[in-house]
Design a protein around this ligand. Structure first.
Ligand SMILES: CSCCC(=O)/C(O)=C/O
Ligand SMILES: [Fe+2]
Length: 202
């Protein structure tokens, strides 16, 4: 929820509350070529936005949920039931809470793939997921509180915090979690070939 104030006159101000769920959607864009700090947005000038439909064509899906009620949210429950996301844990990514913080962040930002879908739900803070498009260009996906995303098995991707250096995320899995990441190149993996073939149908 966000509080906004509108000045009706010099004497009078009216405040109203807007439900951010309907006011915001996830933002994504093609990245620039700069090697500057990974935590910066890296937007092109002018910006080259990427739509949710374009992400869908890469097998990337998104929901906007109310993270304030994640413990009881029926919408989240339904997604978990429909998609068999039986496993769930919560990771807090901050230098004071995550063991081997620097090492893990370095690992997360190495381009890699997994044998299973990567399913993440941002409960607090912000972060970026970068995914490769069909022409191997980087798309940066800005993840904020309430964003749930699924990255398909076999897609090359990476993760970074933004300049706020903090996020808390729910990690979901079908069955027992497999955290193993395979750094690029992993082109000979069956899962990579399955993923690349799936792109031909979209
Ligand atoms: C938000 S969870 C940390 C990132 C991660 O687990 C991963 O695999 C990134 O690609
Ligand atoms: Fe990953």
């Amino acid at each position: 929820m966000v509080k906004r104030c509108t000045a009706w006159s010099n004497e009078l101000q009216a405040c109203f509350v807007t439900d951010l769920k309907f006011a915001s959607t996830m933002e994504a864009w093609y990245m620039d070529e700069s090697n500057e700090d990974q935590r910066l947005p890296h937007k092109c000038n002018p910006n080259r936005p990427v739509t949710l439909d374009e992400l869908k064509s890469l097998g990337v899906f998104h929901w906007k949920l109310n993270a304030d009620i994640h413990e009881t949210d029926p919408e989240l429950q339904k997604i978990r039931e429909d998609r068999n996301y039986s496993y769930m844990d919560i990771i807090t990514i901050h230098k004071d809470t995550l063991p081997n913080y620097e090492e893990k962040l370095k690992m997360f930002f190495e381009e890699h793939l997994h044998l299973d879908d990567e399913i993440r739900y941002i409960l607090e803070g912000r972060a970026y997921f970068d995914v490769r498009d069909k022409e191997d260009r980087w798309i940066r996906i800005s993840m904020r509180k309430g964003d749930l995303i699924t990255l398909p098995a076999g897609i090359y991707h990476r993760f970074t915090l933004d300049e706020t250096n903090y996020t808390k995320a729910m990690r979901l899995f079908v069955g027992e979690p497999v955290w193993k990441a395979y750094n690029r190149p992993a082109d000979d993996f069956e899962i990579r070939q399955t993923y690349v073939s799936s792109l031909k149908c979209t």
